[in-house]
Design a protein around this ligand. Structure first.
Ligand code: HEM
Length: 217
């Protein structure tokens, strides 16, 4: 018999949503253990990974712009006009560090308790326009590609880990992949809320709504 899943509750209850994803993907405590096993392999490389990610984001103007827009907290000692942001500036050192914190946290978390689920969700939410003054408003296309890119970087680290046996490597690989799809869901759920809020606002705003310029759907 099919297990009942409450569609409304999936939208309202993060734990319930995660439990459903975990059951569907067979993401278990073994996968968490695999991520924890991967942690000491990745840790020495985190500065390099972080740097690689930001180099990628800075290699396209469309992704670089988000880091030019958001500079608060730094203006006092580093006015933007005088000192354009570069990969080595203080802002970037701070942001690289935030990615390091994220990578360390996701790989070392032992118990995926509610606080941790909230953290994964909050990381997603802050990139949308739904996070109040802390919102960064990054278009989802960039999040999707960066998640894939980050996953590739981690898989590459795993493939080059000489001291890990093939069975463990396989387990880690599966766990990494499951993790990224769960994290991706915790981004998309906020983007879907954003899209819904935007379309409601649009339809309220204008009855003379212009047809959208381009649509391939
Ligand atoms: C793999 C997908 C991504 C992950 C896991 C991620 C993770 C994070 C984390 C953990 C933070 C810090 C949150 C905090 O304040 O604690 C953050 C902030 C930020 N992210 Fe992302 N991010 C991703 C994608 C992107 C993309 C694609 C862009 C832009 C193109 C972006 C731009 C930013 C910016 C501008 C901040 C704010 C930095 C600040 O506070 O000044 N992120 N991100």
């Amino acid at each position: 018999m099919a297990e009942h899943i409450d569609g409304n509750r999936l939208q309202l209850d993060l734990r319930y949503r995660f439990d459903y994803l975990a059951k569907f993907l067979n993401f278990t405590s073994d996968d968490i253990a695999m991520l924890n096993t991967f942690a000491p392999i990745v840790f020495p490389l985190i500065p390099v990974l972080s740097d690689t990610v930001y180099r990628k984001l800075f290699s396209f103007d469309i992704t670089k712009q988000y880091f030019l827009i958001r500079n608060e907290g730094f203006e006092g000692f580093m006015p933007r006009k005088q000192c354009p942001i570069t990969l080595d500036s203080a802002q970037m050192a701070f942001r690289k560090d935030m990615l390091s914190v994220y990578l360390k946290r996701i790989l070392t978390q032992g118990d995926w308790n509610d606080a941790f689920l909230q953290y994964l969700s909050q990381v997603g939410k802050m990139h949308t326009n739904q996070a109040g003054s802390g919102a960064i408003n990054v278009d989802y296309i960039h999040v999707n590609t960066l998640l894939a890119y980050l996953e590739h970087l981690l898989i590459d680290v795993l493939c080059n880990a000489d001291t890990t046996d093939d069975k463990t490597k396989r387990g880690i690989l599966m766990a990494i992949n499951k993790f990224f799809w769960i994290q991706n869901d915790f981004f998309t759920m906020h983007y879907l809320i954003e899209a819904k809020a935007n379309s409601t606002a649009e339809s309220v705003q204008s009855e003379t709504k212009k047809p959208s310029k381009c649509c391939w759907l």
